[in-house]
Design a protein. Structure first.
Length: 235
C-alpha cells in the first residue's frame, strides 16, 4: 500500500514537472510568435447621432429678429425630409428682417427655417440668406448679428464648423459665438459648413495585451489536460 502511494505521488510529481516544462516552452513560443504588442479590438460606436444648432439673427434696434435651425439625424436625408420646415411668407410691409435656408427643393420648401441632413455624411453645407428691408427711402445701414450657442456645437462632435460669406471664412463657430455685418437692404448669402474627419458611426479601438492573454489560455489548457488525466486514473 505504501509503495503504491509512493508511486502515485511520483506520477503526480512527474505530471506537474512535465506541465511546468510544457508551460515554459509554450511561454517561450508565445513570446516569439506573439510579441508583447497590444491587440487592437474594434468596437462600433453610436451610428445614430442627432444634433441641431439654432442661429439667432437680429438687427441693431432689436425689434426685428428671426431664427433658423440646422441639424443632422440618422433618419434624415440630404434631400427633402420630415425635418425640413418652410419659411412663412414675407411680411406685407417694411421694415423687416428675414432669414432662410436656401435649397433646390420645390416651392415652398425652397426656403426653409429648419433643415436637417443625414448624420452619415462627413461634409455638409447649408445656404443661409439674410435680408434686411428698411422703410422705403431709408438709405442708412444697419448692423445685423448672427449668434449661436457654442455648447450646442461642442456637443455635436463636429471637427470643423465654419461660417462663409463669398467663399471666405468669416467665423469659426467653435471659437466665437456671433458674427456681425452691416446691411443696407441687399440680400447677404452665407454658407454654414460642417465637417467630421471621422464618420459618426466610426469604430473605436481598444488595445488588449496579447502575451498575458495567450499565457492565460495555455495555463487553462494544461490544467484541463491534467484534470482529465487524473480523472481517468481514478476510474
Amino acid at each position: 500500500m505504501a509503495q503504491r502511494r509512493i508511486n502515485s505521488m511520483k506520477q503526480k510529481l512527474g505530471i506537474m514537472i512535465s506541465a511546468i516544462i510544457i508551460m515554459m516552452g509554450l511561454a517561450g513560443f508565445s513570446q516569439a510568435v506573439f510579441p508583447d504588442h497590444p491587440l487592437p479590438i474594434v468596437m462600433a460606436t453610436d451610428d445614430a447621432e442627432t444634433w441641431n444648432v439654432t442661429f439667432h439673427i437680429t438687427e441693431t434696434s432689436g425689434i426685428n429678429g428671426n431664427t433658423i435651425i440646422i441639424g443632422k439625424a440618422s433618419n434624415a436625408s440630404d434631400g427633402l425630409d420630415q425635418y425640413d420646415l418652410p419659411e412663412p411668407p414675407f411680411p406685407p410691409q417694411s421694415p423687416f428682417l428675414r432669414c432662410w435656408l436656401e435649397t433646390s427643393f420645390s416651392v415652398p420648401f425652397n426656403n426653409l427655417l429648419q433643415e436637417y441632413k443625414s448624420s452619415s455624411t462627413f461634409h455638409s453645407l447649408w445656404n443661409l440668406s439674410i435680408l434686411w428691408m428698411p422703410i422705403p427711402g431709408n438709405q442708412s445701414t444697419t448692423i445685423i448679428e448672427i449668434s449661436w450657442d457654442s455648447v450646442e456645437i461642442n456637443t455635436a462632435h463636429i471637427d470643423s464648423f465654419l461660417l462663409y460669406e463669398n467663399n471666405t471664412v468669416v467665423a469659426d463657430l467653435h471659437a466665437v459665438n456671433s458674427y456681425s455685418f452691416s446691411s443696407n437692404g441687399s440680400i447677404h448669402k452665407f454658407q454654414i459648413i460642417s465637417q467630421t474627419l471621422s464618420k459618426n458611426n466610426t469604430s473605436g479601438q481598444i488595445d488588449l495585451p496579447i502575451l498575458p492573454i495567450s499565457l492565460g489560455i495555455i495555463v487553462l489548457v494544461i490544467v484541463a489536460i491534467i484534470a482529465l488525466f487524473l480523472y481517468k486514473r481514478k476510474k
